[in-house]
Design a protein around this ligand. Structure first.
Ligand code: HEC
Length: 210
């Protein structure tokens, strides 16, 4: 069929393409049909934790089957996720600590911990200066000798007056923070023998008092 021979009158259009009297109800019907669309996103549904008559307990959803592990949440690696293996705090980091990890740790420590522990870990952060209970300094033998797993546990589960940081700081960042705390501890407890050879000579050449 060629376009010129197409008959448009039954559809409510004149030959000139204008709407005829019959065309008006057809147009209205077409517009209304458009509104009848039912899509997935407009179907009746419950928001999470909504109340519902559907289940006898009044909840709109079923509880998780016990022991169900959501995808991506299997935490088999005790060393990494608990910082404790067979009930003992681990003494090694679960992954290699390089410069990138340390600077990430520094950034995260300054955001999440320095407010109380202070930028150098002496327990004199801004919140403490405003009256919050002072944490112990990291620069004491007990905490210098404490295994890295202890720090990870404190950050993960909280400790006395200190809240836990697991919901705010992801696992790898928590370890990065602990690595930075170790660096802080070293920085405040270094002897002249820790200074690299060339710089040490410079230090020794410099006259006293300058
Ligand atoms: C709101 C303040 C506050 C923040 C922020 C905070 N801490 Fe603490 N932290 C404390 C206090 C207070 C204590 C002492 C708690 C006690 O003995 O009751 C403490 C204790 C500690 C201890 C010593 C535990 C021991 O064996 O004595 C470690 C380690 C520690 N915090 C790590 C962290 C790390 C890591 C972060 C950051 C992720 C952090 N804290 C953030 C307040 C804070």
């Amino acid at each position: 069929m060629r376009w010129t021979t197409l008959r448009t009158e039954p559809l409510g259009l004149s030959r000139g393409g204008r709407l005829t009297a019959r065309g008006v109800p057809i147009l209205v019907l077409l517009v209304m049909l458009g509104g009848c669309r039912v899509d997935m996103h407009v179907q009746p549904s419950h928001a999470p934790l909504d109340r519902s008559e559907f289940f006898a307990d009044g909840s709109s959803a079923r509880p998780l089957v016990p022991e169900t592990v959501p995808r991506g949440f299997l935490r088999e690696d005790e060393h990494l996720y608990a910082g404790r293996v067979n009930g003992q705090d681990v003494t090694e980091f679960p992954f290699t600590i390089d410069e990138a990890v340390l600077s990430r740790g520094q950034e995260r420590f300054n955001i999440f911990c320095s407010t109380c522990h202070g930028a150098t870990g002496r327990g004199d952060g801004m919140i403490v200066r405003r009256g919050f209970q002072a944490p112990p300094t990291f620069h004491q033998d007990r905490l210098r000798e404490a295994p890295v797993g202890h720090f990870f546990n404190v950050a993960t589960n909280g400790f006395g007056a200190m809240p836990d940081y697991a919901p705010l700081v992801p696992v790898h960042d928590r370890w990065a923070i602990i690595a930075y705390i170790r660096a802080l501890q070293l920085s405040q407890h270094a002897g002249v023998e820790d200074v690299p050879g060339e710089e040490r000579q410079q230090l020794e050449r410099r006259p006293q008092g300058q």
